[in-house]
Every structure is written in structure tokens, then in C-alpha cells.
Design a protein around this ligand. Structure first.
Ligand SMILES: NC(=O)c1ccc[n+]([C@@H]2O[C@H](COP(=O)([O-])OP(=O)(O)OC[C@H]3O[C@@H](n4cnc5c(N)ncnc54)[C@H](OP(=O)(O)O)[C@@H]3O)[C@@H](O)[C@H]2O)c1
Length: 264
């Protein structure tokens, strides 16, 4: 299916690996000129070159910046003043005991997972409204609506993104601009792969066996009993960005492999 995205420009935050990179790849496949972001210039450049060679008709760009820094965000705005699509994917996560989460940690998570994305929305949303075209996606998590209790500092920020998405969507009434949230379940980013691979020391065990064992023991509520592949989230994100998805307005879109047990 041609998603009607040819020649659009998209900033995908945190796109040097994992879900962000997969979203950038799927958008580039649709002819989108993607701005690749991460904090390490060389790593960003590698992804830019990979996309250039796979999708030579597109013009990927290096958008290296630490998005938590207001100064670096402003430098990014100077360089790329107008975009059609903003995917707020960048986020940090870590299992933590509630008692170990002090104010510094709460603040770090709020600044990284919420304020950085909000800063980008504040700059780009008005321009999208003026152009009467735009797509903003927040990447939250199933933990936004079903906190496991294992990462309270993370879940709080992901729930906040749902609220922010709704508030921003109210500003888009009557416009061809949408703001939505995708909530992935456990997804096989490079980090997750390494963790699962290292848990089982048996060298003869194939990764698929380790994955199966891990899911059965740790995530029995998952109905797919495997990790979601980043490309699956990427394909969904590309669709939500397309002109065909303009009726999705402030939707919390679940792709969680059946992790959330409720009807809605
Ligand atoms: N993986 C999962 O199971 C899962 C499930 C549900 C939701 N999610 C959400 O999906 C998103 C991506 O997760 P992931 O597992 O794919 O992440 P990841 O593999 O850890 O990748 C994170 C990306 O963000 C970049 N980054 C980190 N801090 C940054 C900063 N301050 N400024 C700019 N870039 C920064 C990283 O590059 P550098 O470190 O080089 O800067 C990297 O490109 C996150 O929001 C996460 O909460 C993940």
C-alpha cells in the first residue's frame, strides 16, 4: 500500500537504534526524508548513510542533538525549521524500586521523557497548523495504562504523554494535523535482545528458545508470547503518519501483543 507520504519530512527522535530506527526506516521506505536523531554524531551518520544506500531517492539528514538540552533543541530548530511529521520516540527506561526513586530521578525522567517531546511540539505544532498538514506521534508504552510497578518513574511519564497528546489534539480542530500516541508492548530493541540473550548462559540455546522461555516465565499475559519486532511498530507509525489516517485524533493506539487485559 502506498501511504501517500512521498517527499514529506519527518523528525524521528532517538532513531539511531531500536523502535526509533525502525520507524525511520519504514518512513524512508515510503519516500519520506527523515531527520535522524541521537546524541552521538557518528552513530547518527551511520544510520543516515544506511538509509541513503537503501532508499537513494530520499534525503536523510543528520539531526544530532541531546534533546534534553534546551540549547541543543534550539540549534536543531535553527537547522530544521519546518517538518511535516514529528515522532517523539526518544525515551529512557530502567527497572527501579519505588524506594530508590528520589527527586533527582523523577526530575530526570520528566525532563527526558516529557519535557523534551513537549519542547519539540511547542515549536513544530504551530507551523504544522499554519501549513494545514502535520502528524505528531508520541511513543508511550503499555505501562502508560497498566503500570507493572517495576518502573514507577517511567510509567508516570508515559501516562503523561497520553494526557499531553489529548491537550495538543484540542488545538488541531478542523485541521489536517493529528496528534496520537502509540503504546508498544515489550519490543525487541537491541538492548532488549542483549538482556534476554545474556540471561540464559546455555550457548546451544537458540535466541528463539530463550525468547519463548523468557515470555512464558516473565510475561505470561502476552498473547503473542514473543517480543514485538521494532519493524511492526515502524509500519504502524508510518500508517498513522499517512493522509489515510487523518481520523485518528488523540488516539491511544495499542500494539502490545495482548499485554493489556482490559476490553478497551
Ligand atoms: N523496547 C521496548 O520494549 C519498549 C516498549 C514500550 C515502549 N518503548 C518506548 O519506545 C521508545 C524507544 O525505545 P527503544 O527500546 O527502542 O530505545 P533504545 O533502543 O534505548 O533507543 C533509544 C534512542 O534514543 C536516543 N537517545 C537517548 N537519549 C537521548 C537524548 N537525550 N537525546 C536524543 N536522543 C537520545 C538513543 O541514542 P543515544 O543514546 O546515542 O543518544 C537511541 O537512539 C522509548 O520511548 C521507550 O520508552 C520501548
Amino acid at each position: 500500500m502506498d501511504m501517500g507520504l512521498n517527499n514529506k519530512t519527518a523528525l524521528v527522535t532517538g532513531s539511531t537504534k531500536g523502535i526509533g530506527k525502525a520507524i525511520a526506516m519504514e518512513l524512508a521506505k515510503e519516500g519520506v526524508n527523515v531527520l535522524i536523531n541521537g546524541r552521538n554524531y557518528e552513530e547518527v551518520e551511520q544510520v543516515v548513510n544506511e538509509i541513503k544506500s537503501k532508499f537513494p531517492a530520499t534525503s536523510p539528514q543528520n539531526a544530532t542533538a541531546d534533546l534534553v538540552s534546551i540549547k541543543q533543541r534550539e540549534a536543531l530548530f535553527d537547522k530544521y525549521s519546518s517538518i511535516d511529521i514529528l515522532v517523539n520516540n526518544m525515551g529512557i527506561y530502567e527497572i527501579m524500586d519505588y524506594n530508590d526513586v528520589d527527586d533527582t530521578v523523577w526530575e530526570k525522567y520528566f525532563k527526558t521523557n516529557v519535557l523534551a517531546a513537549n519542547g519539540l511540539c511547542k515549536f513544530y505544532l504551530n507551523k504544522m497548523l499554519k501549513n494545514n498538514y502535520g502528524r505528531i506521534i508520541f511513543i508511550a508504552s503499555e505501562e502508560a495504562i497498566m503500570p507493572s510497578g517495576q518502573m514507577p518513574q517511567y510509567c508516570m511519564t508515559k501516562s503523561m504523554l497520553l494526557s499531553l497528546s489529548k491537550s495538543l489534539s484540542k488545538l488541531t480542530i478542523g485541521k489536517e494535523v493529528t496528534v496520537n500516541t502509540i503504546m508498544p508492548g515489550p519490543t525487541l530493541s537491541e538492548n532488549v535482545y542483549k538482556i534476554i540473550d545474556s540471561i540464559y548462559s546455555d550457548e546451544n540455546m537458540a535466541f528463539e528458545e530463550k525468547e519463548k522461555e523468557f515470555m512464558a516465565t516473565n510475561l505470561p499475559q502476552s498473547e503473542i508470547q514473543r517480543f514485538i519486532r521494532p519493524s511492526e511498530i515502524g509500519r504502524l507509525a508510518a500508517f498513522v503518519c499517512s493522509p489515510y489516517a487523518s481520523a485518528f485524533k488523540s488516539s491511544p493506539i495499542r500494539m502490545d501483543g495482548g499485554m493489556v487485559p482490559t476490553i478497551y
